[in-house]
Design a protein. Structure first.
Length: 313
């Protein structure tokens, strides 16, 4: 059955029937708007858009995997502010001939990723469109803490990373060359493993700045550098390239550090901390904040590839 056969309201009924609530969901789908608890009295809010052919391909990823990716892109942004996500709003623009099961499975992926942080999909909208597009808005709570912004990094701070990096970019390259292995890399592209816990943990440790690495480590650290008015130097040797990535890079003729330093879609969190902050093994120290401006690798500009993703480049 196509979504056109199901009809707008039939499709909405099918999708919402697959969505569970969360403790912060006071009123979920079915009314003019949802009602979400905001215990902190402030709401973290962010939006991402995924367009077929630009952000995902249906021959590369299942609907469930696209749902996970769409949710993760937003939930990670909330975590990067030091918050915990509470709700998602989803806009789905779809060609009329889309199989209704694809939309249902997309909802399954969105809901499953939300469950990882105790959030829920609470509403959204559906429209016909020649291009399959998914627009997601996330809401979150800071738990009484100030937000961790991009503009607080200070000279002398440590730069540390939580989560894996380079895997999804490597998987995207593998898929783009027509291969389906190594499995670990391809699956990393299809479904990110985001360290959501790291955002509130960094805030509790006194992080001076933080960002979600969605478009490439060096590019996203550049946002922190500009906002804070500092220089950031990354140590290349801080990263251990796993065997699967090293082997794939050798087979494809790619420098694996291009994936690590300039690749996106893994959504790890990178934060700056005052020197002496007691970081546990979940955080990898990858560099330091200096006086000056810009982002360097081992004290030099990284010229091997563009720094990261740019929709208009």
């Amino acid at each position: 059955m196509s979504v056109a056969s199901a009809g707008e309201f039939g499709l909405i009924a099918r999708v919402t029937a697959r969505l569970a609530g969360a403790p912060t969901t006071l009123l979920g789908p079915g009314d003019d708007a949802a009602l979400v608890a905001a215990p902190d009295g402030r709401v973290v809010a962010c939006t991402d858009v995924l367009v077929e052919g630009r952000h995902f391909r249906r021959d590369w990823s299942s609907a469930v995997e696209v749902g996970h990716r769409a949710a993760a892109a937003n939930l990670a942004d909330v975590a990067a502010m030091g918050g915990v996500a509470t709700a998602l709003l989803v806009g789905l623009c779809t060609p009329p001939d889309l199989d209704v099961r694809w939309a249902e499975e997309l909802a399954d992926g969105l809901a499953a990723e939300c469950e990882l942080v105790g959030a829920a999909v609470v509403g959204g909208d559906i429209s016909a469109s020649p291009v399959l597009t998914i627009a997601v808005t996330a809401l979150g709570d800071l738990g009484g803490r100030p937000p961790v912004r991009r503009d607080g990094a200070c000279p002398g701070d440590l730069v540390a990373l939580a989560g894996r990096i380079g895997y999804a970019a490597a998987g995207c390259t593998v898929l783009s060359r027509g291969f389906r292995s190594p499995k670990a890399l391809v699956e990393a592209y299809r479904r990110p493993q985001v360290p959501y816990w790291a955002g509130p943990a960094a805030a509790a440790l006194g992080a001076t700045s933080m960002i979600d690495v969605s478009d490439g480590l060096l590019q996203d650290l550049g946002h922190v550098s500009r906002a804070s008015g500092v220089a950031i130097d990354v140590k290349r040797d801080a990263f251990e390239v796993p065997a699967a990535m090293r082997d794939a890079a050798s087979a494809l003729g790619v420098d694996p550090y291009t994936w690590v330093l300039a690749g996106g879609d893994d959504h790890p969190l990178v934060a700056t901390f005052p020197p002496g902050t007691p970081l546990d093994e979940d955080w990898l120290v990858i560099g330091a904040v200096r006086e000056g401006e810009g982002v360097t690798v081992n004290g030099r500009a990284f010229l091997d590839a563009p720094l990261g993703w740019d929709h208009f480049r």
